[in-house]
Ligand binder design. Structure first.
Ligand SMILES: Nc1ncnc2c1ncn2[C@@H]1O[C@H](COP(=O)(O)OP(=O)(O)O)[C@@H](O)[C@H]1O
Ligand SMILES: [Mg+2]
Length: 294
């Protein structure tokens, strides 16, 4: 295959800026992990899917939780199953290999073809986690003492790591990555993104919705600002609900699709009233909010 055809150039369902495409291609060329930061909803997870789709590679997703340990990405030794088999089973348990279960990194390393490996939301785990993976990501290999086996990557995976910027990542880890920050899209950029999901949406409905969406995001002290996915859902609701463009600003229909925290509804309500946060708490319902205007 010609080398140029292996360049990432976005995909039909994903809008990537030139800078983002550049970062992806540099990371691939230098064979370094690409660390993507940005607030929720800026398309970090979706980027990995887009890269895999457009390069025709399998995507392996490792979803990180607060309890995830680096070791789990390599392999786990299922001692419980082995014990069970030794007591109740009738087959040979001396071959430990059958109880070694590869994790997502192990799966990516042993794949016969190059894969895209997404380590999603790395900042969810504790601070040790990124450091614990440094060696394996550098060397693209790890050792399994139980079987005295070394797993070496047949093909270095394209590694995409995402972070919601909740925590700072360790310096040693940052040094080894190509870094890219996806800024929240401006209205023009957002319009392009939305059109991927709603290609036939009426221009004026979209304009009104975007205006209201960005106004809501700008209300001070909103804790969970509505993001791209909320906007996409909201537009769907507006279309299905047959809401006319003029009603959007006045009634804020289906507000619960955009703001999902009670505190944020309070904040908005107070803001619309021109009150301060410290005033008497109000108990708005989604429907009562419909009566208030900007
Ligand atoms: N650049 C983009 N092009 C197309 N859709 C996008 C883009 N950015 C975000 N989206 C849409 O917004 C939603 C959230 O994207 P996601 O990748 O889950 O964000 P993140 O992982 O950064 O929180 C998805 O439904 C996705 O389709
Ligand atoms: Mg995500």
């Amino acid at each position: 295959m010609a080398k140029s055809s292996m360049k990432y150039q976005g995909s039909k369902d994903y809008i990537a800026s030139d800078e983002l495409m550049n970062s992806v291609n540099i990371a691939i060329a230098l064979q370094k992990p690409l660390l993507i930061k940005g607030e929720p909803g800026t398309g970090k997870t979706m980027l990995a899917k887009s890269i895999a789709d457009s390069l025709g590679k399998r995507l392996i997703i490792w979803n990180i939780k607060s309890t995830t340990k680096a070791q789990e990405g390599l392999y786990v030794y299922d001692t419980v199953q082995r014990l069970y088999d030794s007591q109740f089973g009738d087959h040979d348990v001396s071959d430990i290999k059958q109880y070694i279960k590869l994790g997502k990194l192990g799966e990516a390393f042993t794949s016969d073809e190059q894969v895209v490996l997404l380590i999603d939301e790395i900042d969810k785990a504790d601070l040790e986690f990124p450091n614990d993976l440094l060696w394996e990501l550098d060397q693209m290999s790890f050792y399994i003492p139980e079987t005295r086996e070394t797993i070496v990557a047949k093909h270095r995976p394209i590694v995409i790591i995402t972070s919601n910027a909740e925590k700072e990542l360790p310096d040693a880890f940052l040094r080894r990555c190509i870094f890219h920050y996806i800024a929240f899209p401006d209205p023009e950029g957002m319009e392009r993104i939305v059109r991927v999901h709603h290609p036939n949406i009426e221009k004026r409905l979209l304009q009104q919705a975007l205006e209201t969406f960005y106004a809501l995001r700008n209300v001070p002290n909103i804790q969970k600002k509505p993001s791209t996915s909320e906007l996409i859902d909201w537009l769907q609701a507006l279309v299905v609900g047959g809401i006319s463009p003029n009603r959007i600003k006045q009634e804020l229909p289906f507000l619960g699709v955009l703001l999902k925290k009670n505190e944020d509804l309070d904040t908005l309500l107070n803001h619309l009233h021109g009150k301060t946060q410290a005033s008497r708490p109000v108990q708005p319902s989604y429907s009562s909010l419909n009566r208030y205007r900007y």
